[in-house]
Write a protein that binds this ligand. Sequence first.
Ligand SMILES: NC(=O)c1ccc[n+]([C@@H]2O[C@H](COP(=O)([O-])OP(=O)(O)OC[C@H]3O[C@@H](n4cnc5c(N)ncnc54)[C@H](O)[C@@H]3O)[C@@H](O)[C@H]2O)c1
Length: 384
Amino acid sequence: MHESAKPFRVGIIGTGRISDIYFQTLNQYPQVEIAVCGSLNLDESRAKAKEHKISRVAEPEAIIADPELDCILNLTIPAAHASVSMAALEAGKHIYSEKPLVSTLADAQPLFDLAKRKGLTIGNAPDTFLGGRWQTVRKLLDANTIGRPTGCTAFVGTHGTERHVANPDFYYQPGGGPMLDLGPYYLSVMVFCMGAIIRVAGMSNRAFDKRQIEYGSRTGEWIEVDTDTHVQGMVQFASGAIGSITMSFDIWDSETPRFEIYGTEGTICIPDPDPVHGANIFQGEVLYRTRETSRWTHKPRPTGREHWQVATNSHGLNQDSRGIGLIEMADAIAKKRKPRCSGELAYHILEVMMGILDNSGGQFTEIVSRPPIPELLPERFPES
Ligand SMILES: NC(=O)c1ccc[n+]([C@@H]2O[C@H](COP(=O)([O-])OP(=O)(O)OC[C@H]3O[C@@H](n4cnc5c(N)ncnc54)[C@H](O)[C@@H]3O)[C@@H](O)[C@H]2O)c1
């Protein structure tokens, strides 16, 4: 897979909450090797290394300088993404980062310039669209099952992270908020299914100026909210289709969470099996209705879910596989092609999110970037 048939050697920086699933996924694939991990808290990193059988722990600076590594996996908090990724590129490493790519558009261009100059690859989460569920959606669309897509909608209503995260501060600071935190999943799926976005508008507000932590050792502590926590956006695709997106940390509960795509011949519905994280996972049912099975017919009105057809999912990756985007990137580098979870896609999503959030003028924002649209994965990936 890797050009020298040696595994692609990865150093992980950031060993917090999300790192476990990366350790688990990457440890399953011989194509990559986690050579070392580290963070600002080496005790935390040592514990993770022990748990996931990683032989070496080091300071972030030492990891970045390690000449034996091919890639830095950046699992730090959003505010540190730009500096860690920049340092890694300067040291000649490919990078794969958690979302968002960086916290401001201005931080992104220097990364791309440097990567281009050094012939390095930038990959970025989310990789959930590589999961069987989303590959199935795309296959339905490619097969024209619902005709020409004309619209879509994505909705996540949660009550934020302070109920299940011990240190939720970064979610409520600039660079956090529900759009930058959850938007990348839903917008990446939109672009994967519907193509590039060319124009956006948005509105946002916040219900609370302070939040009380309800989980872990800081329970009872109040934290400041310095970003909007209820965001609604409108998007227009290059195809002419339009979409809406609601990402919120201000909703106590809702029956709405779901992702839908509307076409000239039918509807695809991704129901939310988990009201908090439904569409940002790899697996789950894909339902569709067409002209024949639509509720809005003159035939006796069907009721309930039985009138949705369940799409056949023949793809792999139907479990949490965060990190698979890095495996795919290693494959892409070896084969000298673009990775599916590309930095360009992440930049496009960032531009869209910033356009939705920058609503001060009440106008539409033109989206300039045109990312490569990821191709379907082979049904079995990686191929053995
Ligand atoms: N927690 C989740 O459920 C989740 C899910 C998906 C994506 N993410 C994303 O993953 C990233 C990390 O989230 P998390 O929940 O694991 O955060 P966390 O706070 O639990 O862990 C962050 C880690 O980064 C390290 N770190 C922070 N700043 C650093 C710096 N300047 N240099 C080196 N190391 C640094 C910390 O020491 C810690 O090990 C974020 O971008 C987040 O959006 C998190």
